[in-house]
Design a protein around this ligand. Structure first.
Ligand code: PMP
Length: 389
């Protein structure tokens, strides 16, 4: 039976990773990667996390099951980070999931259970795994224009028009901050407009927040989501700690949601737990337990905040340096997080790889921290040459 499965095309990003690994040119620059890197190309374990893991190892006396919600303190400690002054909303509930992907899957399955014919409005472009996860939950996708790559800006008017045409009960997927793949986030005025249309049209916001702290700071990066919290009765939020705690492979995330009342949220939680039971039953404990220990101890929490601040400083310093190279790259400084998108065609991206050993996704998405401090000038020169070519 299994032999009858058709071949599937290898994911373009995986192909890129394989090609980059095989390339032995010493000048190779890999900005296709999806993780934080130091100038030496390392993705280190944060010192606060390492210390929390040590405390966990020393104090943990049982690996007995924790239940479908995982570590119950973990979402509670995250709430003030993600939701600020809305953390105490009695209708806001959350549970641990295997990474942001687990939270997205569970959140969309919850939508499917509540309203099987709901449509999900998804901006183009978006993170490559969004659409498969939404389709996997059995929901219909309606795309809306998000970003004009050639003009290096959000296509806000087209997006607003798409939202104006939405049906009540449609779900709008929004990036909380540090948009992947474009780096283009809403400004305050745009968030205000998005809030108003969502409330006016009866759209359910589904906010994916996977990079909080890596843009302008935790408060600043959470502001858009927190503004929405004040404007709507219902919201779903998928959160990931994998980047801002550097625990990628430990799969640490949270699904939060708020229904119209604490009772309605409690009923939704029962559904969510049943859905989780059908997929992974219980989330893996280790990473979330380490994050919990960081958040509940003042010394580790401060150390973590300082470490995230230094990651953010490196990201933003590289952005400023790239922007200073040429006016055509100036927009990079205003964008947020690890990713930005260069206005390059796939052929120009190929040429960068062939002529300069520079690896990035076909779309022109690149990870600024894929660059070492010494790479910046050569990278910019090659990119500008490709843009002219
Ligand atoms: N949302 C976005 C926008 C992402 O970029 C990612 C990961 N690249 C995720 C969610 C999922 O994160 P995780 O690795 O925690 O599943």
């Amino acid at each position: 039976m299994l032999g009858s499965l058709p071949e599937i095309e290898t994911d373009a990003l995986l192909r890129l990773i394989a090609m980059a690994m095989e390339d032995e040119r010493p000048e190779k620059i890999d900005v296709g990667v999806g993780v934080y890197r130091t100038s030496d190309g390392a993705t280190p374990i944060l010192s606060a996390v390492k210390k929390a893991e040590k405390r966990l190892w020393e104090s943990q006396e049982s690996k007995g099951y924790l239940g479908m919600k995982g570590d119950k303190l973990f979402p509670e400690l995250l709430k003030p980070v993600v939701f600020g002054s809305h953390a105490d909303d009695p209708a806001l509930m959350g549970l641990q999931t295997p990474g942001g992907c687990g939270a997205l899957t569970l959140g969309f399955k919850l939508v499917k259970a509540a309203r099987p014919d709901a449509r999900v409005l998804v901006g183009t472009p978006t993170w490559a795994n969004h659409e498969p996860l939404i389709r996997g939950a059995g929901l219909e996708i309606v795309t809306y224009p998000y970003y004009r790559k050639e003009e290096t800006r959000i296509d806000f008017d087209a997006m607003v028009e798409a939202f104006e045409n939405a049906r009540p009960g449609d779900v709008a997927l929004l990036h909380g901050c540090c948009h992947n793949p474009t780096g283009a986030d809403f400004d305050h005025g745009q968030w205000a407009k998005v809030r108003a249309i969502i409330a006016d049209k009866g759209i359910l916001p589904f906010v994916d927040i996977a990079y909080q702290g890596l843009g302008d700071g935790f408060e600043e990066d959470g502001a858009g989501l927190q503004g929405l919290m004040g404007a709507v009765d219902e919201i779903i939020v998928s959160q990931s700690c994998d980047k801002n705690f550097g625990v990628y492979r430990d799969r640490v995330g949270c699904l939060f949601f708020k229904a119209g009342s604490p009772e309605a949220s409690a009923r939704a939680m029962d559904h969510v737990m049943q859905l989780a039971r059908e997929m992974w039953s219980m989330p893996p404990d280790h990473g979330a337990a380490a994050v919990r220990i960081v958040l509940e101890n003042d010394d580790l929490r401060q150390e973590w905040l300082d470490e995230v601040a230094s990651m953010r400083a490196r990201i933003n310093q590289l952005r400023r340096r790239i922007a200073a190279c040429d006016s055509r790259l100036a927009y990079i400084e205003d964008q947020k997080g690890m990713f930005s998108m260069l206005p390059l065609t796939p052929a120009q991206v190929d040429k960068l790889r062939e002529d300069h050993a520079i690896y990035m996704a076909d779309s022109g998405r690149f990870n600024v921290v894929g660059l070492s401090d010494d790479d910046v000038d050569r990278f910019c020169k090659a990119v500008l040459e490709a843009m002219d070519g």
